[in-house]
Design a protein around this ligand. Sequence first.
Ligand code: 5GP
Length: 197
Amino acid sequence: MNQLKQAIREQGRVLSSDVLKVDSFLNHQIDVDLMMSVGEEFARRFQTDSITKVLTIESSGIAPSMTAARDLKASLVFARKKKSLTMSSDVFVSQVYSFTKQETNDITVSKDFLTENDRVLIIDDFLANGQAAFGLIDIVQQAGAKVVGLGIVIEKSFQDGRQQLEDQGYRVESLARIHSLEKGQVTFVDELQLSNI
Ligand code: 5GP
């Protein structure tokens, strides 16, 4: 997705060789136009998969999931990182180690919003080592529902999340794949392939 790659190139800040900050369009301020296009692209890629639910994790996964859910005519459910007081005890719970916060949190989804009949597309803002993705997969499995695939806005391909997910048979669709953040520079996987021709 060129529009997304351009935003990463122009607005992304490389904080270290493994962390990219994209606060100006995805993680704090939201570029609504761009998120609409991101959601449309996810929907295009999964349009024949009879998705009934898009599942993401609060808060940064919600914006890119909305258009996808609308276009797929599916509901959008987000896992909560903190259990709400109004949430009953009837929840699916999984543990997720946060790559950026370096702490483990319980994530919860009400049993009311995920059932064994659901075909689920999991969407998240970043894929690093796959902890968030596997936490969400665990919740879908607890519900007896089917994980149809994963939609990732920004994949850091130098970390092993994609490999782990593919090794377990999951389909991963990432809209921007970063090969490296070395020397403060973002290099995309497809640029690398082009420069090798
Ligand atoms: P994983 O669970 O795959 O190891 O990491 C993915 C999660 O960590 C995402 O939900 C995202 O919130 C966060 N994350 C991982 N790497 C980055 C990064 O480079 N930048 C930002 N902003 N978030 C990241």
